[in-house]
Design a protein around this ligand. Sequence first.
Ligand code: ZN
Length: 168
Amino acid sequence: MEAWGAALYGDPCRGCGFDWSLAPFSAIETIEGLPQRLSSVIQGATGEERGDGWSVAEYVSHVADNLRQWAERVNAARLDGQTRVAGYDPDELAAARGYRTIPLHAAQWSLTLSVSAWACTLRAGLNKAIVLQHATRGIQRAEDIARNNAHDGIHHVWDIGCILGGQP
Ligand SMILES: [Zn+2]
């Protein structure tokens, strides 16, 4: 079984301090606040700044695509009854989508669209108590997905803050 969530990152997360006891609807509100949170962290940045891994803009593209990916999966269960999902390789997606060619403000635009679609979908998924069967993580309830995706967003904004030399 693949470790994920609190088992992988610690509770609270050893990096960004994310509290895994966050209520699922609060996790959705956290993500709805992410574009604003990101904007305040990247003030004055070009998006090309990078540490050991992705650049600032590439991180933003990843968060946007991760939310999009998971919203689609929840909708596959909610609208089509398809609950089996598997992992995807974020680096392969980055290569296929050409994250290096997506500048910061375009990536922020994508993030805002993804946040809106994700929040609407996850609220519906929580209300319907959607449960996915993940090939390597096991059972993923809508509330697990809400928290896990909220952590991904918060953690990568924290990563971006670290790259830009702000307070983690
Ligand atoms: Zn974290």
